[in-house]
Design a protein around this ligand. Structure first.
Ligand SMILES: C[S@@+](CC[C@H](N)C(=O)[O-])C[C@H]1O[C@@H](n2cnc3c(N)ncnc32)[C@H](O)[C@@H]1O
Ligand code: SF4
Length: 341
């Protein structure tokens, strides 16, 4: 059995032809799938014989919403979703003036082991296929009955540790007959897997690349991000420069501020030196406190002072606005609580 959302129009057309179905029906089938149907017999304009043939060979891999928390502060919605095999993932909808933005997962869990991140506590269970990533957007769009215009790959999982499926997802998410979300409205966030950043840059996609840097030198980075033992900050930055050169896109560096670890003035100066002259932007994230890590966010004065040092060095810097503060939207925590129950 295959997840039908993994098949694009061409692929489904080919399958229909080879399996005694009229190829032009593939368009109708795909339209239904993108409407968020959960069973083939909901496809009203498709014969019951075709419905049966599809049901015998495919399943619809749109995740099912099993829990939903809505923030009364800003309307952010945190979803827990069940996949076809029973695995649970998280995804978050954020409502902005410029449209709806969704944060999707790319893996069940993660094997990267960052000490501040709840997604990695149980390790990586499995990769999501491209249809399961598209399926999160389809399910949420159906739930709110509105179009989703922006996607950030910042839910659980390391997208570049699931490169082939993520690449297929990036190709499919922009299709006009499907979700029609252009590359410029997509952000891929990575802990910095250098060979895949280089490979991605060769594709010349217009997506925004976000790097979870979180430290101004390798010594500090190694304390919270095991990937730092494999690739140095210098190598990550060189790969980003290559990405900028090939795509002409501005790269975002995410820097989670952790009290007493990476929030000193000299860390801001060191970061400014690393990034000087690059086509980039820094997003400072006051760390979301996760029980297991014991990390705390610095106070506002310290965050502002870190920001002003970067700005003095002409590095565009923002502080991430906290969304859904009342629903504990910290990455991976909701799933972990649900699984523990
Ligand atoms: C969950 S990760 C998923 C994407 C990718 N694996 C990565 O690390 O960039 C998305 C972002 O959330 C950040 N993050 C994880 N745990 C966090 C926490 N407790 N507080 C603030 N940011 C966190 C990550 O560092 C990363 O920048
Ligand atoms: S921050 Fe990203 S790479 Fe690190 S453990 Fe979490 S999901 Fe994985």
């Amino acid at each position: 059995m295959y997840n039908i959302i993994n098949f694009n129009e061409e692929e489904l057309k080919k399958w229909m032809k080879e399996n005694g179905e009229q190829p032009f029906r593939s368009k109708q089938v795909i339209n239904w799938i993108y409407k968020g149907i959960t069973s083939f017999d909901e496809m009203k304009n498709v014969s019951s014989k075709t419905q049966e043939n599809l049901a015998n060979n495919f399943y619809i891999g749109t995740p099912t919403i099993v829990r939903k928390l809505v923030s009364t502060i800003d309307g952010t919605i945190k979803y827990l979703m069940k996949l076809h095999d029973g695995n649970i993932i998280e995804c978050v909808l954020m409502k902005y003036k410029h449209g709806n933005s969704i944060c999707i997962s790319s893996q069940v869990g993660c094997r990267m082991g960052c000490t501040f991140c709840a997604s990695t506590i149980g390790g990586r269970v499995r990769n999501l296929d491209s249809g399961e990533m598209l399926g999160q957007i389809i399910a949420v769009s159906k739930d709110i009955n509105e179009r989703i215009s922006n996607v950030v790959m910042m839910g659980s999982g390391e997208p570049l540790d699931n490169y082939d499926n993520v690449l297929k997802f990036l190709e499919e998410v922009g299709k006009e007959y499907g979700l029609n979300i252009g590359a410029r409205h997509i952000t891929l966030s990575t802990c910095g897997i250098v060979p895949e950043i280089l490979e991605l840059s060769e594709k010349g996609l217009q997506i925004t690349l976000a790097i979870s840097l979180h430290a101004s030198n390798d010594e500090i980075r190694k304390k919270s991000m095991p990937i730092a033992n494999k690739y140095t900050i210098k190598e990550v930055i060189e790969a980003c420069k290559q990405y900028i050169c090939k795509t002409k896109r501005r790269v975002t560096f995410e820097y989670a501020l952790i009290e007493g670890l990476n929030d000193e003035k000299e860390h801001a100066e060191e970061l400014a030196t690393l990034l000087k002259g690059m086509l980039c932007h820094v997003n400072l994230i006051p760390i979301n406190e996760v029980k297991e890590s014991g990390y705390k966010k610095p106070d506002k004065k310290r965050i502002d002072s870190f920001k002003s040092i970067l700005e003095k060095n002409k590095i565009e810097t923002t502080v991430r606005r906290e969304m859904g503060a009342d629903i504990n939207a910290a990455c991976g925590q909701l799933r972990r609580d649900y699984v523990n129950e």
